[in-house]
Write a protein that binds this ligand. Structure first.
Ligand SMILES: [Zn+2]
Length: 118
């Protein structure tokens, strides 16, 4: 094999690795975005369920008497305030007002910690 061929090949490989590296970074960014969106939707869903529960609560005995199946979320009391935030934090998301809802990619956050210790 010609020496020049080897260098051409190495150059090509280098270029491919650069492209792969860029793609990997892009995929990583998309995963973080999806995780954050998922968490936001989860929180929103929980809040909507809470509202729904408040609205539907007076009707619960009627619904039960009629044999309707009641969603579990309406029967179980939801953990309030602090507990919810502590849970979200331990699931790996920020609860501080600086980065709220974003994925914690670098371990503990001092803003969140000070918030939790209040
Ligand atoms: Zn934080």
């Amino acid at each position: 094999m010609d020496k020049r061929d080897i260098f051409v090949q190495i150059d090509q490989m280098e270029e491919q690795m650069g492209t792969l590296y860029a793609e990997l970074g892009e995929i990583k960014r998309q995963i973080i975005e999806l995780l954050e969106e998922n968490k936001r939707l989860g929180i929103e869903n929980q809040q909507l369920r809470k509202l729904l529960k408040k609205d539907a609560e007076p009707m619960l005995p009627l619904l039960q008497a009629a044999g309707a199946s009641i969603p579990v979320s309406m029967k179980e009391p939801t953990g309030e305030g602090y507990d919810n935030l502590a849970r979200i934090y331990h699931e790996g998301f920020h609860i501080c007002n600086v980065y709220y809802g974003h994925l914690r990619t670098e371990g503990d956050c001092l803003f969140c910690m000070s918030f939790l210790n209040k």
